[in-house]
Design a protein around this ligand. Structure first.
Ligand SMILES: [Ca+2]
Length: 205
């Protein structure tokens, strides 16, 4: 509509929030709108790895998905932000409409850090937010022996997993182009040695 019919008696643009409101006033914009923005609590798909410490703890090497939602009768703009150890805010992702879940990779470099995640939503007038505090820890190190659960792994054909073993049901050779890569990542202090090849360097029987 052309002026002066495009604004209400308070000067708010009619239809400015995407809907043409019934009556003399545009609802939801300006000081008299009384808009309500609701933001749900933030949830994450990783469990609290340290039940003996208050708050939420995750291990390094974990990719954690964060979810939340925001609602209002007006169109919303949302922002996922985080701080590290009380520092300034970093915008992780922002947009409008439905709030998407996000994934964050807690690399080994994040050990010992405290992250505060914030999901913030605004309709231009009212802003609401939810927060979740997360402490990042190194995963536990095997104390005795060399048997411990791997934190991650990928098995590809022709290898299969069954009964606690990795095996290959069909024989293949080097000429078939098949290769077996075994990567061992361990945090045990000392040296990994093979007793069948005699004394290990630095090892005293
Ligand atoms: Ca805890």
């Amino acid at each position: 509509m052309t002026a002066p019919y495009n604004v209400d008696m308070d000067g708010n643009t009619r239809g400015g929030d995407g809907s043409w409101d019934i009556g003399a006033y545009e609802v939801g914009t300006g000081t008299g709108g009384g808009s309500v923005v609701t933001v749900s609590p933030i949830t994450q798909n990783a469990s609290d790895v340290d039940p003996n410490t208050s708050g939420m703890q995750v291990y390094t090497g974990t990719i954690v998905q964060y979810s939340g939602s925001a609602s209002s009768s007006n169109p919303l703009t949302w922002t996922w932000v985080y701080t590290v150890n009380g520092g300034s805010e970093t915008v992780f992702q922002t947009g409008s409409g439905t709030v998407p879940s996000i994934s964050f990779n807690y690399t080994t470099a994040t050990a010992g850090n405290t992250y505060v995640w914030t999901l913030r939503a605004t309709d231009g007038t009212t802003t609401s937010q939810s927060q979740l505090t997360v402490n990042v820890q190194n995963p536990p190190v095997a104390q005795t022996g060399l048997s411990f659960a791997s934190t991650s792994g990928t098995i590809t054909s022709p290898f299969v997993v069954g009964s606690g073993y990795i095996s290959q049901p069909n024989e293949t050779g080097v000429t078939d182009g098949r290769q077996c890569h075994v990567y061992l990542h361990y945090h045990q202090r000392g040296q990994l040695c093979d007793p069948s090849h005699g004394q290990c360097p630095g090892h005293r029987a």
